[in-house]
Design a protein around this ligand. Structure first.
Ligand code: FAD
Length: 106
């Protein structure tokens, strides 16, 4: 089976980076594809207990794909739910761009 921690780090990197560079004003095609990407994870993600948690989370908190700021915030909150479940520190969602897009300002 895959290494769940390494898979998780790689997947979060992909998802947060993709959200950070998602358009401010996505086309309906881009929005539809982002929804497909997110909704495919509970079906395909190769960690079955992670996938079922994610399916539940998507049901309770439908993704906001209206633009990069909203999507990045939505994803940060979902990642924080996983952090909390695993007993990890919560991430400050105001720092999402600094972490995944712009880098530190100084
Ligand atoms: P990670 O949690 O992988 O985070 C990587 C980096 O992202 C951090 O170093 C930090 O810089 C940044 N970061 C942290 N939190 C946030 C945030 N909220 N917003 C933005 N950036 C942030 N593991 C399990 O054991 N059980 C599960 O049920 C489970 N479910 C998962 C569901 C999904 C959808 C994914 C992608 C992963 C899941 N994992 C699960 C894996 C788990 O989330 C971690 O990836 C893994 O434990 C490695 O953790 P880490 O401490 O190295 O950092």
């Amino acid at each position: 089976p895959p290494d769940v921690e390494q898979l998780g780090r790689a997947t979060w990197t992909f998802l947060h980076t993709t959200a950070a560079y998602y358009p401010d004003r996505p086309t309906s095609w881009q929005r539809a594809n982002m929804l497909n990407l997110l909704h495919s994870l509970p079906v395909l993600y190769p960690c079955s207990h992670c996938a079922s948690h994610l399916g539940e989370t998507l049901r309770i908190n439908p993704p906001d794909v209206s633009g990069r700021v909203a999507l990045s915030r939505w994803l940060c909150e979902r990642h924080n739910e996983v952090n909390e479940r695993l007993g990890k520190d919560k991430f400050n969602c105001a720092k999402t761009d600094e972490r995944w897009k712009d880098g530190p300002s100084d």
